[in-house]
Design a protein around this ligand. Structure first.
Ligand code: AMP
Ligand code: GLY
Length: 420
């Protein structure tokens, strides 16, 4: 099978790594890829938001299967264009990607199918939104409706903070994404993520994870795209998971099918768990980053069989083979992230690290310059390890971190603390 993966972050490096383990993969191209991906696959410069360009590229290169990594091409309808061209694709249609691209749409689906989630109200008028805020009081959660690269959510602990958040969103800080605002009830509990393959009809849970959103140790500092993750998430016990599948995921998938916009791809359910009961925080329509890195290290080669069966709508009867293991990933970011940071600092020592089924450094934002690896983004490396226990995975990951010579970067030292 000739495979094309779209994207160029740590998530796509992990996907490429897993796909490459599988003997069914003949040729692997990743567009645009990065310096780490280039060590195991061909990288191609391609505008991945341009569905027609991706389809022609796939045809020219005799691609049998396309895996779409990030949300932007999905929301832009790239999977629709590829399917229309007869190319087997993993990733939802633009219409189904609205589950991530519009928070108001997700709420509408939850209402229609009875999935438990936070109470909410929607506003396009700032004065009405402010009046609602004053009535409800804090804590409260304010969300820009559209895609805001993970930044359009303000969890406000005071009314002042909430009003400032509203001013920011209506003031245009998130552009088009902020023309509508969703104001939500604040949910207490422990957060975890559930990843479910959906082929439009059937569903298959393929793993759970927890991440760390704050930049600093002890969950302090600004919010980020994620500073580390581990899998499985102990809070998502078999019983909690089964109930979340029955109350949230299956009804959502059925409602999407009923509307004529079946969801095909990986549904990432962000859940808030309290007293053994999960409520939906949000959906994403792709693998989490860095959650994908821990899932792929655990799944290995079978990941290709699973996403391929999903794309071919053959999930009924497919099973996941789980080892009783744990994986943990530490994100190394450029100093200053998530604020302003410099690009171009040199990273040394990577080639001396072990690379096997228990140790992988996935590249998130790197480039190659004169034979050395340089930082080329905010989140730069995902140092990922697997073990029989979470403690073992943790210690293996941090042993690798300590051998990486990169004065221009930092990481959290407490990934996994909650489960350890
Ligand atoms: P989202 O982009 O919707 O995942 O929101 C980002 C983060 O904000 C989530 O991961 C939660 O930590 C938090 N959050 C979002 N909605 C709520 C809510 N209704 N109650 C409490 N926390 C929330
Ligand atoms: N790690 C959070 C996300 O991928 O959205």
């Amino acid at each position: 099978m000739n495979i094309l993966i779209l994207g160029g972050g740590g998530r796509e490096h992990a996907l490429a790594w897993a796909v490459k383990q599988n003997p069914k993969c003949d040729r692997l191209i990743v567009a645009p890829g990065n310096a780490g991906i280039a060590l195991l696959a061909e990288c191609a410069a391609l505008d991945i938001l341009d569905g027609a360009a991706v389809a022609s590229f796939a045809e020219e290169n005799a691609i049998d299967f396309v895996i779409v990594g990030p949300e932007a091409p999905l929301a832009a309808g790239v999977a629709d264009t590829l399917r229309a061209a007869g190319i087997l694709t993993f990733g939802p249609s633009g219409a189904a990607a609205r589950l991530e691209a519009s928070k108001a749409f997700t709420k509408e689906i939850c209402d229609a199918c009875g999935a438990p989630t936070a109470g909410y109200a929607r506003f396009t008028d700032r004065a009405e939104a402010e009046a609602h805020l004053r009535r409800e009081g804090a804590p409260i959660v304010i969300k820009a409706d559209g895609l805001a690269a993970g930044k359009g959510v303000i969890v406000a602990m005071s009314e002042t903070e909430a009003l400032e958040g509203l001013a920011e969103i209506f003031g245009g800080a998130f552009g088009e994404a902020g023309t509508e605002v969703v104001i939500e009830e604040f949910m207490e509990g422990e957060e975890a993520s559930l990843f479910v393959l959906c082929d439009g009809t059937d569903v298959l849970a393929i793993g759970t994870a927890q991440d760390h959103k704050r930049a600093g140790d002890g969950d302090t500092g600004p919010n980020t795209g994620g500073m580390g993750a581990y899998s499985p998430a102990p809070v998502l016990s078999d019983a909690v998971l089964a109930r979340a599948m029955d109350e949230i995921v299956r009804p959502t998938v059925a409602e999407m099918a009923r509307r004529g916009t079946p969801f095909e791809g990986v549904l990432y359910a962000g859940l808030m768990i309290r007293d053994g009961h999960a409520r939906l925080v949000e959906y994403n329509v792709r693998f989490g980053d860095p959650e994908c890195q821990v899932l792929m290290l655990r799944l290995g080669a079978q990941a290709l069989d699973l996403v391929h069966a999903c794309a071919e709508r053959r999930l009924a009867g497919i099973q996941v083979t789980w080892a009783d293991d744990h994986a943990l990933s530490v994100v190394m970011a450029a100093n200053g992230y998530p604020g302003t940071y410099a690009k171009g600092s040199q990273i040394r020592g990577l080639e001396e690290l072990p690379e096997d089924s228990a140790h992988m450094v996935f590249h998130a934002g790197t480039a190659e310059r004169d034979g050395t690896v340089i930082a080329n983004g905010g989140r730069v490396l995902n140092v990922t390890a697997r073990g029989a226990t979470l403690r073992e995975a943790h210690d293996r990951a941090y042993r690798m971190v300590d051998r990486i010579d990169w004065p221009g970067g930092f990481c959290r030292r407490d990934i996994g603390w909650r489960a350890l």
